[in-house]
Write a protein that binds this ligand. Structure first.
Ligand code: AMP
Ligand code: FE
Ligand code: FE
Ligand code: ZN
Length: 289
């Protein structure tokens, strides 16, 4: 059910919790958002809506509005492309089935990666489990934390640049649908799809304008232009693409707690754009203080 109240608040629309690869519990993120002076955040865990209830419970005490969302994994060839889906119906059958498939593949893939690493370094699957919350969407960051705990890397970023780097031969991709299927899944679940961090090198390479045009035709709402990891020299092209295709421009931090240098509220989305997302989202409603 869409909320009939108009929500026009500046917001950080891309935040991760322990339900995926963030280091903070969902409710804790709302406390941190209040401390950062944010009026609203979107919870966008990878391929999961499991943190929504915990986050929603913290809305009254913190006074921070919650826009429920997720970051859906998709893949174009070998390159991962992330789609933010705001206000989806968390019970939509197709979305539930697809995200379950992705999470299962993530788990099997992580076990494979750990098995490969364990031939050369001291690392066990139990190490990874010790660094992930029960039921969490597993990703390379959890393996990175286990590598850090074993002393094989100084922090997550170093693990990504070292043992987990594709060139080292341990990592491999997980199953994910293509971006066009992802946009359709989000729209059919009543959600509002935004292309996450489209200005990273890989995303730019696999998303020529014709592909963006096809995503727009399928219902893409916007581009996450303002994101800490978008390359500065990609921004003019992204702004021009948004202009030509009538896409909204969002800004978000992609905060992962202490797992990444990104700071909560570092990039934000204009109140007017948040209002349009809320007006278009039909699968679920924002949770207001
Ligand atoms: P995966 O989900 O296994 O494909 O891993 C990708 C996730 O790892 C992304 O969601 C990022 O948040 C995180 N990530 C990627 N690079 C880094 C890095 N250098 N430092 C910390 N986290 C990273
Ligand atoms: Fe992540
Ligand atoms: Fe992402
Ligand atoms: Zn993210």
């Amino acid at each position: 059910m869409a909320d009939s109240r108009r929500v026009a608040l500046e917001a950080d629309l891309h935040v991760h919790s322990t339900v995926s690869d963030g280091t903070e519990a969902p409710a804790r993120l709302l406390e941190q958002a209040a401390a950062a002076g944010l009026a609203a955040i979107a919870l966008t865990d990878h391929d999961s809506t499991a943190g929504w209830a915990d986050a929603a419970a913290a809305v009254p005490a913190t006074g921070v509005a919650l826009i429920p969302g997720m970051e859906l994994s998709t893949r174009q060839g070998w390159t991962s492309v992330h789609l933010l889906g705001y206000l989806v119906d968390p019970d939509d059958e197709a979305l539930v089935a697809e995200t379950a498939h992705i999470r299962e593949s993530r788990l099997a893939r992580a076990e494979t990666i750990v098995r490969r690493i364990s031939r050369d370094y001291t690392l066990t699957w139990d190490d990874v489990l010790a660094h992930s919350a029960e039921g969490a969407t597993i990703g390379r960051p959890h393996i990175a934390d286990a590598l850090v705990a074993r002393g094989h890397a100084v922090d997550r970023s170093a693990a990504f640049e070292g043992i987990l780097h594709p060139s080292r031969g341990y990592a491999e991709p997980h199953y994910a649908p293509d971006p066009l299927t992802g946009v359709r899944l989000i729209r059919e679940a009543g959600g509002v799809p935004v292309l996450a961090h489209p200005g990273t090198r890989g995303a730019e390479r696999v998303l020529p304008e014709a592909t963006i045009g096809a995503l727009v035709a399928a219902g893409l709402f916007g581009l996450e232009v303002d994101h800490p990891e978008n390359r500065a020299d990609a921004l003019p092209r992204l702004r021009a693409l948004a202009e030509r295709h009538g896409l909204a421009v969002t800004g978000s931090s992609d905060y992962h707690g202490s797992g990444k240098p990104n700071r909560l509220g570092q990039c934000r989305t204009a109140a007017e754009v948040v209002a349009r997302i809320v007006a278009e989202g039909r699968g679920s409603a924002p949770v207001l203080p």
